[in-house]
Design a binder for this molecule. Structure first.
Ligand SMILES: *Cc1c(COP(=O)(O)O)cnc(C)c1O
Length: 449
């Protein structure tokens, strides 16, 4: 096996089931969870994890599962990656918190330097750090409003931007993210996304962009629009890769109309798509970019990075938070970024894409329920439909997921109709383990046919 396995190399990289999934010890722990943890906090695969690394997770019953989810695109460098662990251990022993707004420290500034170097564009950039993706998105909107003196925010169909009040308004899907939680923040306008599988064959990215722009022109007006916020590849919404030309056309319109182009790269960023950021694939340079998830190897950290003059538009004290850019989380981010650079993880994501595509194409050839294979790098998906139609088949997706889970492969679904599988392995997974995981996915389609 010639692949680079970064995090958690001490764990045997092989699937091994010694009980049913979940096993008896996980069942006991689930009962305790049921009694003390709010039911609103859901569970995809109810095993309790005790160790994880490379591409595996070990549960409380001693089962070794293969991880194709990375905790939702978070453990990109693997769980417990060596450089993350050592930097976190050093930092936690030195000091755990001062509040950067009271007395600063190097780790925060070092992360801002790395973000300036790595994010798209070679203009002068500055960053502000936060705890969660939703918080970063909220702050990007705050910055855009102050910098432009305008109020309105444009978002897209199928978008996911978080679960706080403003980001719920920006998120498209009602159930489970919004239902009953309103009233929502105002001045958020939704326009059509480019979704190649679900629209007239051959519609060009530029045409899809024109459709969205026309709607913004007529219903909002660029003179009222502070920013357009877009995931360059939809995350929760189904890993939809917009048609070529869609993002550049939107970015050009924003530039011509003094509307800030905000890329929400919280899920797609940090090597996931085979480049440092998904915007890089088409050379799109956002005015502001939000990052989180993969940035810090599992510790909570998020950022808004943008043109220095925009970031500086906000008055002193207007941005921040008690924990934003916590020193331990910053140490983890510096470790994760070191890992990404040292092992050329964008290239690793492209190699993973080649394996996943080959496997998915072979499965799709036998199972026409797979209507679309899409994605970039280690952010790949399949959409399940009644064969030959666009009718979503969420029931089959649920059955395939349940089979994979019972066989010790952690898979996640997504999409507006819940009929999309998203494959997000840690980039530390080995080739053999990845192949084994897709053996199980292939079996799952046969078993549920
Ligand atoms: C996960 C996600 C968010 C929200 O991040 P949290 O850390 O869960 O608040 C926002 N945008 C995108 C694209 C995401 O995938």
């Amino acid at each position: 096996m010639s692949t680079t396995v970064t995090g958690g190399t001490s764990l045997t990289q092989q699937r091994n089931l010694v009980t049913e999934i979940p096993g008896p010890r996980s069942h006991e722990k689930l009962a305790r969870k049921k009694q003390y943890v709010a039911d609103g906090v859901g569970t995809t695969l109810p095993v309790f994890v005790e160790a994880a690394g490379g591409g595996v997770m070990i549960d409380a019953d001693g089962n070794t599962l293969i991880d194709l989810g990375s905790g939702i695109a978070v453990t990109t460098v693997g769980n417990a990656a060596a450089s993350v662990v050592s930097r976190v251990q050093d930092q936690v022993a030195a000091f755990t918190h001062t509040c950067f707004m009271i007395t600063p420290y190097d780790g925060y500034v070092d992360v801002a330097v790395a973000l300036a170097e790595l994010t798209p564009g070679d203009h002068a950039k500055k960053s502000a750090l936060f705890n969660s993706g939703a918080e970063a998105v909220e702050n990007a909107v705050k910055i855009a409003r102050v910098a432009t003196g305008k109020d309105a925010v444009a978002v897209f169909d199928h978008a996911y931007h978080g679960r706080t009040n403003l980001t719920m308004a920006m998120t498209a899907k009602n159930m489970p993210y919004k239902n009953g939680f309103g009233p929502f923040a105002g001045e958020v306008y939704r326009v059509p996304m480019s979704y190649p599988f679900r629209e007239t064959a051959g519609i060009k990215g530029e045409d899809a962009a024109r459709r969205a722009i026309e709607q913004l022109d007529k219903q909002v007006g660029a003179m009222n629009l502070a920013c357009l916020v877009i995931e360059p590849i939809l995350g929760e919404g189904g890993f939809v890769v917009p048609a070529d030309g869609f993002l550049p056309a939107l970015a050009a319109w924003c530039r011509d109309n003094e509307v800030l182009f905000v890329a929400d790269e919280i899920q797609s960023g940090f090597c996931r798509t085979g480049d440092w950021f998904a915007c890089d694939h088409e050379g799109v340079v956002p005015d502001l970019i939000t990052t989180a998830k993969g940035i810090a190897g599992g510790l909570p950290l998020a950022a808004v990075t943008g043109r220095a003059e925009l970031m500086d538009a906000v008055h002193a004290g207007g941005l921040g938070g008690t924990y934003g850019g916590n020193p331990v989380a910053c140490a983890a981010a510096l470790g994760a970024i070191e890992e990404m650079r040292a092992h050329d993880l964008p290239a690793r994501a492209r190699a993973i894409e080649a394996i996943i595509r080959r496997r998915l194409e072979a499965i799709a050839a036998d199972h026409p329920v797979i209507g679309d294979i899409r994605g970039r790098g280690a952010m790949m998906a399949i959409e399940l439909v009644t064969p030959g139609t666009l009718d979503p088949d969420a029931a089959r997706a649920g059955a395939v997921a349940a089979y994979c889970h019972s066989q010790g492969v952690v898979v996640l679904t997504c999409g507006t109709w819940g009929n999309v599988f998203r494959f997000l392995p840690p980039l530390s997974i080995g080739d053999d383990l990845l192949e084994e995981a897709f053996d199980v996915v292939a079996e799952a389609f046969v078993a549920t046919a």
